[in-house]
Structures are given as structure tokens and as C-alpha cells.
Design a protein around this ligand. Structure first.
Ligand code: FAS
Ligand code: PHB
Length: 389
């Protein structure tokens, strides 16, 4: 079998790249080690930057997002028993869209199927080969047989535990990492949200986040110790802890109900440099991870896709390799700014076990300055809505 681009991974990175390429006449095949339902069963991101929305529009998969997505012009920070609204729209002229990653992925999968494009699920032992030459290929196993796909380029869209980054010689890659001494316990419940916008809370008991997927479905998180287990958290304990970490006016808005999803995720920052090795390019979580505090993970995957798509389009349309050669540098310049913002939001809003009294006062001063300085609020806002691609 032969194609122009093999994409490893059928998450949002791989699917969005595949659709943009196909819309521009560039043949591609997507391989994933699991099946469609497993991918759709994962609960992930909830907030889309305006740049991500525009890319989904360009890919032709924005109809349901515009029908069902929620436009948010602001967020609130909660501390000292008060809510402080950051007016994103007034400060930046932009907004964010609340529309779950699961729905984005579903829309992309439906579009790919409708376009008659090839996705090979349950592909075992996927391996990229000879990507340091101009004749790379990918092998995989399925239904008891081994398969090979020859191609021009390989896009490693296979997430943080994928095979692509692991296939790069260790002396050719440099990684940067910061792990945080806590996790996020998240639940999903079919109850109306606490407020019409997101609330990020800094409380002596720990961080909490009030988010949503629709006007009837809420997504909540509380900071928890890394060694906590889901069975330690009944719904009743979760609702009680969430309300204790919110200002009274916000806690009063909480509607409780049975959770239908509950998970604990560790928080870490990770970047691999460079993001390209010959004809293999790393995209999205395959190249970088951010703590979800800044709502950047999915949106960074989208900007990587934008840069790689432009490089591949110029290669096939204009015979120019400039875009491909610039991919890693362009992507990393934006990645590191989002990594910084996510780290900053995380350090400002969470309670760290080793913070001393001086450190606590610094955090309180940072929050006080942030909500009372238009310049400081504008800086948060322009990062939250998404820096330009
Ligand atoms: P993905 O991980 O989504 O997709 C990779 C795909 O590659 C998967 O389908 C996988 O099956 C496949 N794959 C892996 N190894 C393979 C192999 N060897 N062979 C073939 N296929 C392989 N981001 C936010 O912005 N906000 C959030 O609130 C948020 N919450 C998150 C919670 C959790 C628990 C996690 C893990 C991430 C969260 N993220 C969040 C980040 C998340 O949304 C990612 O940024 C996003 O999924 C990135 O998309 P992809 O790069 O496509 O990677
Ligand atoms: C979510 O809705 O899952 C969500 C929203 C904003 C974040 C993190 C997670 O910063």
C-alpha cells in the first residue's frame, strides 16, 4: 500500500490533520491501536480557542460546534470568598467556545467517514521506519497479518504514550519536564452548571474548577493528593469538598447529582525538542503535555496541526520544503508560550505542600494584583483566548 502521508493516531491531532490534507487533495491514512468507541469514551478537554474553532471551520467540521457549543466571553477567579470576573471579550476582542473534545473528535470521525478516507483501527505494533530518508514507511499488524504502508511523510499524532517519539534516537531528542505534587479529580454529571462561565478557585483546601459541557451537563475538578484513588471519593464527598472550596455565592449555585464519569489525572509539563526528525513530525501530545489549568492541551495540538498542514500543503502544491523545514521552530515558539502560561496558572491557583508562609503571601499578592490591574488581566486574557498562530 502507498499514500502520501501516514498519520499515527486518530485523536483530535490526527483527525484534524487528515481532514485538512484530504480537503487539499493530499492522500493520507490514519492508524490507531484502539477502536473508534474507545477513543470517544475518553473524557478530555472542554474549551476551544478561537484559532481552534477557525481551523475546525476550515476543515469543514464546525456545524454542530456552532449549534451546540457555548460562547464564553469571560471566566471567573475565586479566592478570599469572592468571585472576580476576567472579561476576556472586553480585554481581547475574542472569546472561547465550550465544546467537549469528545464532540470535536466525533465530528472529525464522522467527516472522515463521510469523505471516504481510510482509518485503520485496532492496528497493533505500529512502527515508523526510515524516516531519516525520503522513502519512509510504516508497518503494523492486524487480523493476524503484517502490513506495510510506503509514504512521503509520517505524522506522529499518537499522544504522550505513543510510538513515534519513542522511535527517535535518544541522542537526537531533548526533553524538558516538570511534574506537579498533586492531581485533578474530575467528575461529569448531568446537572446544570454552577454559573454561566467557568470558575477557577484558589482555596486553602486546594484548587477547584467549575466547568461544563452544555447547559445541562457539568464538569467539575478538585485538586487532590497524587496517591488518592477514585474509590476514596464518593459523590457526596466530592460535592461537599467542591462547595467548601468555592465562595458562598458560587457554592449556592451548585446542583448536585450522580456522577457518570470520575477520574484522577496527574499534572505535568513536558516538551520534546525538536518536533521533527527527517520525514517524521511529532504533533500534539506526542510532543508536549501541559497541566489542564490553562485549557491549552487540545488547543496546542490544533496549532501544531496548522503549522504542519501548511508545510505539507506547500510541499505538494508549490514544491517548496520551506514550511516543512520551519515546522518544529514555528510550533515550539507557540508551545513554550502555552507551557509557560499553563505553568503560571497552575502555580498561581493550586496549593503546593511545600509552600511556606512567604510563598503563600506571594501567591495572594499575585491574585490581588491580577484582578485589580487591567494590564495584568489583559495578559491572562490574551493567553487564555489563545495567542495568534
Ligand atoms: P491523543 O492522546 O488525544 O490521541 C492519540 C491517539 O494515538 C489515541 O487515539 C491513541 O489510541 C493513539 N495511539 C497511541 N499510541 C499509539 C500507537 N503506538 N499506535 C497507534 N496509535 C496509537 N486538554 C485541555 O485542553 N483541557 C483539558 O481539560 C484536558 N484534560 C485532559 C485529561 C486527561 C486525562 C488527559 C490525558 C489529557 C487532557 N487534556 C486536556 C489534553 C488532551 O485533551 C490532549 O491535549 C489531546 O487529547 C491531544 O490530542 P492528540 O495529540 O490527538 O493526542
Ligand atoms: C474542562 O471543561 O474539562 C476544562 C475546562 C477548562 C480547563 C480545564 C478543563 O482549564
Amino acid at each position: 500500500m502507498r499514500t502520501q502521508v501516514v498519520i499515527i493516531g486518530s485523536g483530535p491531532s490526527g483527525l484534524l490533520l487528515g481532514q485538512l490534507l484530504a480537503n487539499n487533495g493530499i492522500d493520507n491514512v490514519i492508524l490507531d491501536r484502539v477502536d473508534r468507541d474507545y477513543i470517544l469514551g475518553r473524557v478530555r478537554a472542554g474549551v476551544l480557542e478561537q484559532g481552534t474553532v477557525e481551523l475546525l471551520e476550515e476543515a469543514g467540521v464546525s456545524r454542530r460546534m456552532h449549534e451546540e457549543g457555548l460562547r464564553h466571553d469571560g471566566i471567573s477567579l475565586a479566592f478570599d470568598n469572592r468571585l472576580h470576573r476576567i472579561d476576556l471579550a472586553a480585554l481581547t476582542g475574542k472569546h472561547v467556545t465550550v465544546y467537549g473534545q469528545t464532540e470535536v473528535t466525533h465530528d472529525l470521525m464522522d467527516k472522515r467517514e463521510a469523505s471516504g478516507l481510510s482509518t485503520i483501527y485496532d492496528a497493533a505494533n505500529v512502527q515508523p521506519h526510515e524516516f531519516d530518508t525520503d522513502t519512509p514507511y510504516v508497518t503494523y499488524e492486524k487480523d493476524g497479518a503484517s502490513h506495510r504502508i510506503d509514504c512521503d511523510f509520517i505524522a506522529g499524532c499518537d499522544g504522550s504514550h505513543g510510538v513515534s517519539r519513542r522511535s527517535v534516537p535518544q541522542d537526537a531528542i531533548r526533553t524538558f519536564e516538570r511534574s506537579y505534587p498533586f492531581g485533578w479529580l474530575g467528575i461529569m454529571a448531568e446537572v446544570p452548571p454552577a454559573d454561566h462561565e467557568l470558575i477557577y478557585a484558589n482555596h486553602p483546601r486546594g484548587f477547584a474548577l467549575c466547568s461544563m459541557r452544555s447547559e445541562h451537563r457539568s464538569r467539575y475538578y478538585v485538586q487532590c493528593p497524587l496517591d488518592d484513588r477514585i474509590e476514596d471519593w464518593s459523590d457526596e464527598r466530592f460535592w461537599d469538598e467542591l462547595r467548601r472550596r468555592l465562595p458562598e455565592e458560587a457554592a449556592a449555585g451548585i446542583t448536585t447529582g450522580p456522577s457518570f464519569e470520575k477520574s484522577i489525572a496527574p499534572l505535568r509539563s513536558f516538551v520534546a525538542e525538536p518536533m521533527q526528525f527527517g520525514r517524521l513530525s511529532l504533533v500534539g501530545d506526542a510532543a508536549h503535555i501541559v497541566p489542564p489549568t490553562g485549557a491549552k492541551g487540545l488547543n496546542l495540538a490544533a496549532s501544531d496541526v496548522h503549522y504542519l498542514f501548511e508545510g505539507l500543503r506547500d510541499y505538494y502544491r508549490d514544491g517548496s520544503s520551506a514550511g516543512m523545514e520551519a515546522y518544529s521552530g514555528r510550533a515550539l515558539a507557540r508551545v513554550w508560550k502555552a507551557v509557560r502560561f499553563s505553568w503560571w496558572m497552575t502555580t498561581m491557583l493550586h496549593r503546593f505542600p511545600d509552600t511556606d508562609s512567604f510563598g503563600q503571601r506571594i501567591q495572594e499578592a499575585e491574585l490581588d494584583y491580577l484582578v485589580h490591574s487591567q494590564v495584568a488581566s489583559a495578559s491572562l486574557a490574551e493567553n487564555y483566548v489563545g495567542l495568534p498562530f
